[in-house]
Write a protein that binds this ligand. Structure first.
Ligand SMILES: [Zn+2]
Ligand SMILES: [Zn+2]
Length: 722
């Protein structure tokens, strides 16, 4: 006879709506957070004990938990986070849990390292290879098998032969730690007066529990040094620290700075790690041997057991929004996790999101500013180049004043950057004989020419074709023309205009992350004079000799029907112009624009960021847009447009009335077709104090269920409006 306590709810890591009940077999002991394997259908599935069962299903219909892993239970705050993210984003909790249980290898005990040392007996037979092994081990210490192979250049069979002959003694050593624990006192911080004051303000506000700090400081103002000290405080207090970065794969300089400050590399968590590295790291975080992690967005779901601090560097960065699977925003969820864990959250940026800035203005967050550049470096002098008055020559993209500044920088032996946030050679290819425009067969988007690789490519689905010799519509040869610039085309113009300059293109098309890191370090060493880059170049890279930045299309982000278009443009322009003159040289930047009177351009030129935020906050409040209102997008897609539209209309008809709630659409999405699926959007807008997630869940419960190839995606707090 089973008692109620022998039955528990187990959340399984699959996309189902809630936990299932299982029996706990005799002799097994589990608690909330225990990681288990349970039978689900024909196979075993990973799951986590979620608590007492929600239902009272007869015991004889329940299955037994198959296995409880010998690991600490997940912390209560992490289980609560999974439920919270699921409730908020409408993603099934099991799907969110999958972000936690990322590595099944991590659940098995770590295999010990096989090692050998000399036994003191000589082998019966001696060979050259055997002699080399004995020489390697002559220090009398135990050596890992792999290390012996590496040091003596023999095969494993030589070592095994020596073991059989009794000359070597085999040992099992515990695996070395993933990383050495960081030492908060490895080096003394060297802070300027303003940084020290910022740190003091952060420490004063620390009540030992939840709290959010916005560290708001100019590029080069020394924010990293300040938050490293908050990390050190966290480590001294015996708690774990997490630092989230938007582009972890390219931030080796950040890792080096961490190593200098804390005497050891941080544990890393990102897509370039091997499965074994991930497994060891995950386990180390859960067992508490890993004290500080530097990671990408997904490290938010690591199984910390005593989380004390979450830092989000470049908190405004769009890379923090996850847009497949669970549509969560890592910044917002990091703050939720900090609250659940009784930890601090520290958001760092030179250009905070309007949301965070408003939370600081209204006192929800502690607002700490760094207004001076460190080491007396100057902010760049920025001018707008009115493209109506001084346009580039026909067929070129670099306006005369910008070209003059590039020449001047090159003459001084310094570096210049030409920035255009558009990959490839040209955004549109058309036939001048018949007017045919090359479109992706599966998306409503133009094919972008990548001349470097000789292909036309769709930037929405990745579809590629060779650049044709003749027009595919009329057959005319040599009739295809490239329309508009991408950075490859700018590079072509630069090569003609500045033939003496050593030029490099920086974009995500230009190779692997390792190759990009190589390029960045070559640029930093001054091996190039002229850099032509996309947004990739604007992220946190310090180039000592770079003194001029020319932005070739400052208006590029403004035209979109995106409520954050002005904010995103302001952030990109601030970041890229901030590359100029970071060390002791004063920098200059020029913005090529058709809208020199736009509030973003005026704020850039006057250096008055406060004016930008003031203007933007007023506009958002007037429109009821975030952070003064909430948005949720429903994207209905199907292989046939009328099917998608009909379902979207049925959704709209089923929407319950609610005070203050407004619905927009349905309308074809700006990119109406992606990967062969037609997309129709609905947008819900509500006041800030309205449970929009709850409303959408209720709404979808009343609405007809999608069938056939129809799909309805829910995006709470959408960041993208395509
Ligand atoms: Zn043609
Ligand atoms: Zn496509």
């Amino acid at each position: 006879m089973h008692s109620q306590s022998d039955i528990v709810a187990v959340m399984v890591g699959v996309a189902v709506e809630g936990p299932y009940s299982y029996r706990v077999p005799q002799g097994m002991s589990v608690t909330r957070g225990s990681i288990v394997a349970v039978p689900l259908g024909p196979r075993l599935t990973l799951g986590v004990v979620w608590g007492p069962p929600a239902d009272m299903i007869a015991h004889n219909r329940l299955k037994d938990i198959a296995r409880a892993y010998d690991l600490p239970a997940l912390s209560a705050e992490l289980c609560e986070l999974v439920d919270w993210v699921s409730r908020y984003t409408l993603a099934p909790p099991g799907l969110v849990l999958r972000s936690v249980l990322r590595s099944s290898e991590a659940l098995e005990p770590e295999r010990p390292v096989v090692a050998y040392r000399l036994s003191g007996h000589a082998p019966s037979r001696m060979t050259d290879a055997r002699a080399r092994v004995l020489e390697t081990l002559a220090d009398g210490m135990a050596w890992a098998k792999a290390a012996i192979i590496g040091a003596s250049g023999v095969s494993a069979s030589v070592i095994e032969g020596l073991e059989k002959s009794g000359a070597l003694e085999r040992l099992s050593l515990p695996a070395p730690p993933v990383v050495d624990p960081p030492d908060p006192d490895a080096t003394a911080p060297r802070l300027g007066a303003e940084q020290a004051a910022a740190l003091a303000a952060i420490r004063n506000a620390d009540a030992g529990g939840f709290g959010v700090v916005l560290l708001d400081g100019v590029t080069g103002g020394g924010k990293t040094e300040v938050f490293f000290e908050v990390v050190a405080d966290t480590l001294r207090a015996g708690r774990q620290a997490l630092i989230l970065l938007p582009e972890i794969a390219l931030t080796h300089t950040f890792l080096e700075r961490f190593t200098r400050r804390f005497g050891t590399r941080p544990a890393e968590w990102h897509s370039e790690m091997t499965p074994l590295q991930r497994a060891r790291m995950w386990r180390g975080v859960l067992e508490g041997t890993v004290r500080a992690v530097v990671g990408a967005r997904s490290s938010l779901f690591l199984p910390f057991r005593e989380l004390g601090l979450v830092v989000l560097d470049e908190e405004h960065d769009g890379a923090y929004k996850q847009s497949d699977g669970a549509n969560y925003h890592a910044r917002d969820m990091a703050i939720v996790r900090a609250r659940l864990a009784g930890a601090r959250a520290l958001l760092s940026s030179a250009t905070p999101s309007v949301e965070s800035r408003n939370n600081a203005d209204t006192g929800r967050y502690l607002h700490v500013r760094l207004e001076n550049r460190f080491a007396s470096a100057q902010l760049p002098d920025i001018t707008a180049i009115d493209m109506r008055e001084t346009p580039p020559e026909k067929g070129s993209w670099i306006a005369p004043p910008v070209a003059r500044e590039v020449f001047a920088a090159l003459d001084r032996g310094e570096q210049a950057l030409l920035f255009l946030n558009r990959r490839g050679y040209a955004p549109l290819t058309l036939c001048k004989a018949c007017g045919h425009q090359y479109q992706c067969p599966d998306c409503s988007a133009w094919m972008v020419e990548h001349r470097f690789r000789g292909v036309l490519m769709c930037h929405h689905c990745g579809h590629e074709q060779r650049r044709p010799e003749a027009c595919g519509a009329c057959g005319a040869s040599e009739s295809l023309v490239a329309v508009g610039p991408g950075i490859e085309r700018v590079a072509e113009e630069a090569a003609a205009r500045f033939p003496e300059a050593r030029t490099v293109i920086v974009s995500s098309d230009m190779g692997s992350n390792a190759q990009l890191r190589q390029r960045f370090s070559e640029i930093a060493k001054g091996e190039y004079d002229l850099i032509i880059g996309t947004q990739l170049v604007s992220k946190g890279h310090h180039f000592e000799k770079l003194t001029f930045v020319g932005v070739l299309d400052a208006d590029l982000g403004l035209a979109h029907g995106d409520p954050r278009a002005a904010e995103k443009t302001f952030q990109v322009l601030t970041q890229v112009t901030g590359r100029a003159g970071r060390a002791t040289r004063a920098g200059k930047a020029m913005l090529q624009t058709y809208h020199p009177n736009h509030p973003v351009m005026e704020a850039m030129v006057s250096g008055d960021r406060e004016a930008f935020y003031a203007h933007e906050i007023v506009a958002r409040e007037a429109g009821g847009l975030p952070p003064f209102g909430r948005l949720a997008a429903l994207i209905v897609s199907a292989t046939e447009q009328p099917v998608a539209m009909a379902h979207a209309k049925a959704l709209l008809a089923a929407a319950p009335l609610a005070d203050g709630l407004r619905l927009f659409g349905p309308a074809d999405a700006p990119i109406a077709m992606v990967r062969g699926r037609h997309r129709v959007r609905l947008l819900a807008q509500s006041p800030r104090n309205f449970d929009l997630s709850g409303y959408v869940r209720f709404w979808l419960g009343l609405a007809p269920r999608p069938s056939g190839n129809l799909r309805v995606q829910v995006d709470i707090d959408p960041m993208s409006f395509f």
